[in-house]
Design a protein around this ligand. Structure first.
Ligand code: PRX
Length: 655
């Protein structure tokens, strides 16, 4: 953990109480939710779920806890697709827009999709999935771009009770194949190609390669998006327009137990194998919906825009399940924020009169770099709240966001959470909490977060330590797919089974506000997404020229962190700029563009202890430009000098 960043944050003394115009009409204007949850946690969550979720059979039970495992609402029965769709249509809100779909190409017509239309599409798609052999409990992979058929496919799975595994459309065939095989996905829903920055990404071709690695996949349902020629394998592959459109417009939603798996979603771990977090239906839906309402103040007439990708948890919770279950109207944008110009988001906000906008610090920094003239040329007065997620936001970026995008009228909510938590854990309630730029402020109602030392004891105010969560909440993941031992080992061993170890460093200030300090494990945060160093290293050593590899993260003004890799070559290979560039692209191909390192540096040795362990701490110090710590335990202290010099050259060149 770096102490410098801590000092910078702490010197940030500005406070921003809720703007009066906002506070007056906010859904939550006092602390009664916190009080209720403190008084009676079970009663509080039962009350929330009954208000927010459409149950076929309402639960009488809230939490059942056998640490570290828990269940929520165990005796209730529901269907997430029914709660998100049918319920609103039955209540006469079928004409309300669920999604304003904005294609990446500005000349392509936009589509407004009502709740009634969405329900019909979901029913037809569920019909097609069933015809293709998908039943309750069967895992379905989804590998798509940001098109309306992506949420449709997810909800169609939910309608059948088939857990979905969405894999971000930027992942490579190897990453996709591993994730499909790891979860035993039977069917894959994909599309011919996806638009990204004006280019067509060949998703179907990538999916074909992935299917070679994942024999569990026996069928594909393929949406035509760009109209490109793709290979369809007879008997395995089916066009969406053939299989879906001829189905009936109704499909009975399968009632499932509250603890039935709704989906699995992967997150990077500290071993090469990605972990699939398992989320269940009743608790997750309750938590995503409650936090969506509380933190973003979602009210009738609002136009909500979460500018994340549905392939990440942010999209699952705040583009699909939270907003739909709350009956909200959302913007769904297909493409890149800088396409065709850095004004694209501001144009969309102006055109749809977006009221709440949620994005990542990495994008806010890119907008700052692109220039304030872009937002200033647009009418952003419809906005009434702004949010951020994915990494710590630097106070300058926070204040720019507040002023330039929010016009000083909009609360900025910095939201801390993880794939594993299912929904937001630490964030302001925008009508109540005084914000501090750089701090996610306080745990939400019902959440008990603490910062502890190595022994698990709370640290004093202002001191850094490990962020832990002390009791279950409805949205917590229930296990890791097919690997409960790893669930227990990774998250509930360090501080005992009753304490969830988040893997982040944090400190709490005198006011009880939390300041997040980044990951403390071998995981880096690139553009708000977790990548594990081991995944990069494993990809590198697959290259014939590489004998050994070590990956670390360097700070990056735009993306937060960027991978920096060090490799030792096998004999017979000579170092060259060309080979270094080839290795960089290799990672991009093996894992996905997001993982492509800033540089791959070829060195003559790696810093190793006498027992042969790579001292990653030293590599991190080098990448972060810090003074090197103790090197006396190294087998050959001279190697760090060489590595440092090479790294400094590369980093200086890219500054
Ligand atoms: O390190 C924290 C960082 O992102 C991690 C979770 O990544 P992921 O599961 O991919 O989910 C991202 C979106 C929820 C956390 O362990 N992180 C997320 N939000 C914040 C954050 N760090 C600081 N401030 C945040 N608001």
């Amino acid at each position: 953990m770096s102490d410098e960043s801590i000092d910078v944050l702490l010197s940030e003394g500005r406070t921003f109480p809720p703007p009066p115009g906002f506070r007056e009409r906010a859904l939550i204007g006092d602390t009664s939710l916190y009080d209720h949850a403190e008084r009676d946690l079970d009663g509080f969550w039962l009350d929330q779920t009954r208000r927010l979720v459409g149950w076929f059979q309402e639960p009488e039970t809230a939490l059942e806890w056998e640490p570290p495992h828990c269940t929520w609402f165990r005796d209730g029965r529901l269907n997430a697709s029914h709660s998100c769709l049918d319920r609103h249509v039955e209540a006469g809100r079928g004409d309300r827009i669920a999604y304003h779909f904005v294609p990446e190409d500005p000349d392509e017509p936009h589509r407004a999709i009502s709740y009634a239309e969405l329900l019909e599409q979901v029913c037809r798609t569920a019909g097609a999935l069933r015809e293709l052999g998908v039943g309750k409990g069967d895992v379905v992979g989804i590998y798509m771009g940001m098109v309306p058929e992506l949420p449709v496919a997810m909800l169609a799975c939910a309608r059948i009770g088939a857990p979905h595994v969405v894999v971000f459309g930027g992942f490579s065939s190897a990453s996709l194949g591993e994730r499909l095989e790891g979860t035993g996905a039977r069917l894959l829903v994909t599309q011919d190609e996806a638009w990204r920055k004006g280019a067509a990404i060949p998703l179907k071709a990538i999916a074909d390669e992935a299917a070679e690695l994942a024999p569990s996949v026996q069928g594909m349902l393929v949406l035509r998006r760009t109209g490109a020629d793709v290979t369809m394998r007879e008997g395995r592959d089916h066009w969406w327009h053939d299989a879906v459109e001829r189905q009936a417009a109704t499909f009975e939603a399968e009632p499932v137990e509250a603890e039935h798996t709704l989906f699995c979603l992967h997150t990077s771990g500290t071993t090469a194998k990605p972990k699939a977090a398992v989320h269940t239906t009743g608790g997750y839906l309750t938590y995503a919906s409650a936090t969506h309402r509380w933190v973003f103040d979602i009210q009738d007439g609002d136009v909500w825009w979460c500018a994340a990708d549905v392939g990440w948890v942010t999209g699952h919770s705040y583009i699909v399940y939270g907003p739909l279950n709350n009956g909200a109207t959302s913007v769904l944008y297909e493409g890149d924020p800088m396409h065709p110009s850095p004004a694209r988001h501001w144009q969309i906000i102006e055109r749809y009169q977006v009221t709440q906008y949620y994005t990542a610090p990495t994008l806010i920094r890119a907008f700052i770099k692109a220039g304030s003239e872009h937002p200033e040329a647009h009418d952003l007065s419809s906005l009434r709240l702004l949010g951020t997620v994915g990494e710590p936001i630097n106070p300058e970026a926070w204040v720019w966001y507040w002023k330039t995008i929010g016009g000083g009228r909009c609360p900025v909510v910095d939201t801390w959470w993880q794939t594993e938590t299912g929904g937001i854990m630490i964030a302001p309630l925008p009508g109540v909490t005084t914000a501090k730029p750089g701090s996610a402020t306080r745990p939400l109602p019902g959440i008990r977060a603490e910062v502890v030392d190595d022994q698990g004891n709370p640290v004093a105010a202002g001191r850094g330590g490990y962020l832990v969560l002390r009791r279950p909440w409805p949205g917590i993941f229930r296990t890791l797919y097919d690997d409960d031992a790893r669930y227990v080992g990774n998250y509930f061993e360090r501080f005992g089974p009753e304490t969830y170890f988040a893997g982040d460093g944090a400190r709490v200030d005198e006011d009880g506000c939390f300041w997040l300090l980044g990951r403390i494990d071998d995981v880096m945060n690139v553009s708000g997404h977790r990548l594990s160093t081991i995944e990069l290293e494993s990809a590198l050593v697959e290259h014939p020229a590489v004998a050994e590899a070590a990956a670390t993260a360097a700070p990056d003004a735009l993306t937060g962190q960027t991978p920096l890799c060090f490799v030792l070559l096998r004999s017979g290979y000579e170092p060259s700029d060309q080979l270094a560039a080839e290795l960089r692209d290799w990672i991009g191909e093996k894992i996905g563009k997001i993982a492509r390192p800033k540089a791959v540096i070829i060195v003559s040795d790696l810093p190793k202890t006498r027992s042969g362990k790579i001292m990653r701490r030293l590599l991190r110090d080098i990448a972060e430009g810090h003074e090197l710590g103790d090197t006396t335990t190294l087998r050959d202290p001279a190697v760090v000098e060489e590595i440092k010099q090479k790294a400094d050259e590369v980093l200086a060149a890219s500054r």
